[in-house]
Design a protein around this ligand. Structure first.
Ligand code: ADP
Ligand code: MG
Length: 255
């Protein structure tokens, strides 16, 4: 986890519409290393989702740029998972998780086997022929993750992915999903409102200011863990210190 994979360099972006201009990002600079789990927190409306959309290429930077350092000079594959799972009700779970592969004409026998294995690993093996509405919130979130992972992205962009889940489910699903992602060695940028989620999952946390967002503080997270379960992270001796420091940076911004 040493080399830089994405570099965001003096990035600025504004939305333009009939009411005028909304400056969402102003001169934002940071980078993400290969294999790193980066969390971004900041006040609501400060520009977090905009950052991910720019990295995903859905929006174009106005000033500054985004550079990727993928293998062999290629742009790394990007998986973007949004707050709401957007599984299609008229398709079965199998048809949902293979949707990306189908669109990209990559639904080969080999890839089908990989998806089957993921369904199995994520506890969804018996649900392939069900409809999304027959699954719990946590299961739907795992299905959405499989759909994203099926395309084997090197970078995962997660925009408040656990937001729609109730607290209890959220704890288990986020720990669950983080374990899956970490064991796959992916590079992750996670946007979250939930500080405890950020502290327990991330290697590093960026705190953003109010809009237009720039970086207010940066924390490198090192937790002493009795085991590698992420629920244990909340019991680590350093946990409360990070939580309080980040909380203060954020409350400062909210006033
Ligand atoms: P966050 O994800 O941090 O809540 P966003 O990146 O979604 O914030 O939005 C940043 C700012 O840009 C907000 O003030 C929002 O209202 C504004 N904004 C977002 N999308 C659009 C859009 N399509 N048109 C105009 N303004 C937008
Ligand atoms: Mg957002």
């Amino acid at each position: 986890m040493e080399s830089e994979l994405v570099k965001i360099d003096h990035l600025s972006f504004s939305y333009h519409n009939l009411n005028g201009e909304t400056k969402a990002l102003d001169d934002l600079t940071f980078s993400v290393k290969e294999g790193e789990f980066l969390a971004i927190v900041g006040p609501s409306g400060c520009g977090k989702s905009t950052i991910l959309s720019l990295i995903a290429g859905l929006l174009q930077a106005e000033e500054g740029g985004i550079t990727f350092y993928g293998k062999n000079g290629k742009k790394p594959g990007i998986g973007y998972m949004l707050q709401h799972d957007h599984l299609f009700e008229w398709r079965s779970i199998w048809q949902n998780v293979t949707l990306g592969l189908e669109i990209q004409h990559k639904l080969t026998e080999e890839n089908k086997r990989k998806v089957e294995k993921m369904l199995d690993d994520y506890g969804l093996a018996g649900f392939a022929q069900k409809r999304p509405s027959e699954l719990s919130g946590g299961m739907k979130q795992r299905a959405a993750l499989i759909r994203t992972m099926a395309l084997e992205p090197e970078i995962l962009l997660l925009d408040e992915p656990f937001c729609a889940l109730d607290y209890q489910t959220r704890l288990t699903v986020s720990a669950d999903i983080a374990r899956i992602i970490k064991s796959a060695g992916k590079t992750v940028i996670l946007i979250t409102h939930d500080l405890s989620e950020a502290v327990s999952l991330a290697d590093r946390i960026l705190v953003l200011t109010q809009r237009p967002a720039h970086i207010k503080a940066e924390f490198h997270i090192h937790l002493t863990l009795p085991d590698d379960s992420l629920l244990a992270a909340r019991k680590a001796p350093e946990y409360a210190k990070y939580f309080n420091q980040i909380w203060e940076e954020l409350s400062d911004e909210n006033h």
